[in-house]
Write a protein that binds this ligand. Structure first.
Ligand code: SF4
Length: 219
């Protein structure tokens, strides 16, 4: 509940963001939507025309395809969290610019920190390059899970083709479907890093120790 509240409060804060030029042409900030404690999070590129109007990510044709792919693995939108690298629509749906990504990335990292997903599926080149920290394109890395640390947590990064790119390319759609089919087996395969409890000292001390513990080199 607290997690939900914090994410919602952060969304309200980001709604007024003017950190980059995209604030000037947007209808509204498209923060993200879905379960605030989802195990599976999707990260796309940026809002398009329909997303900008409705304030929700992936609501156009690409969104319909994403929903269909989710249904294929027994999930619906409310089971996952969907966000984008950029929260505001670039004019004419042009590519995100490096300075816009840099200005906006802390919003995404904060979302990851609050949602604590196990698997993050990056959709397309921009999300994949940003979150993997590597310049390799999606054609090279799609379908290859990569354990990584994001926002201080171990997660499994899973690069996928962007549904918008797969919409009109049947061969790409086939690959996307087959990569998607592996998602259920990946969910839960990475546990969050939990601090290991201190091992119990082997000495059994009865009564107050004759020598202070720190002098025994136990701690
Ligand atoms: S794209 Fe991101 S950084 Fe730029 S104004 Fe929108 S929310 Fe702020």
């Amino acid at each position: 509940m607290e997690q939900f509240g914090e994410l919602e409060a952060y969304g309200r804060e980001v709604a007024g963001c003017t950190r980059c030029r995209l604030s000037q042409g947007r209808t509204q900030v498209v923060f993200g939507s879905g379960s605030p404690h989802a195990d599976l999070m999707f990260v796309g590129e940026a809002p398009g025309f329909h997303e900008d109007k409705q304030g929700l990510p992936f609501v156009g044709q690409a969104g319909k395809l994403l929903e269909k792919l989710l249904a294929g693995i027994g999930l619906q939108r409310s089971d996952v969290y969907i966000a984008n690298v950029l929260k505001c629509r670039p004019p004419g749906n042009r590519d995100p610019q490096p300075d816009e990504i840099e200005a906006c990335e802390s919003h995404l990292f904060r979302q990851i920190e609050l949602i604590e997903p196990t698997v993050i599926a990056t959709l397309g080149n921009f999300a994949t390059k940003l979150l993997s920290g590597r310049p390799l394109g999606i054609t090279r890395v799609h379908g290859q899970e990569q354990p990584t640390t994001l926002a201080g947590r171990r997660v499994l990064l899973y690069p996928l083709y962007h549904p918008a790119a797969a919409l009109y390319t049947p061969a790409m759609l086939k690959v996307l479907e087959s990569d998607f089919a592996r998602i259920p087996s990946l969910i839960g395969s990475v546990m969050p890093e939990v601090a290991e409890p201190e091992p119990a000292p082997e000495l059994t001390l009865v009564g107050p120790p004759a020598v202070p513990a720190e002098q025994l080199g136990l701690f």
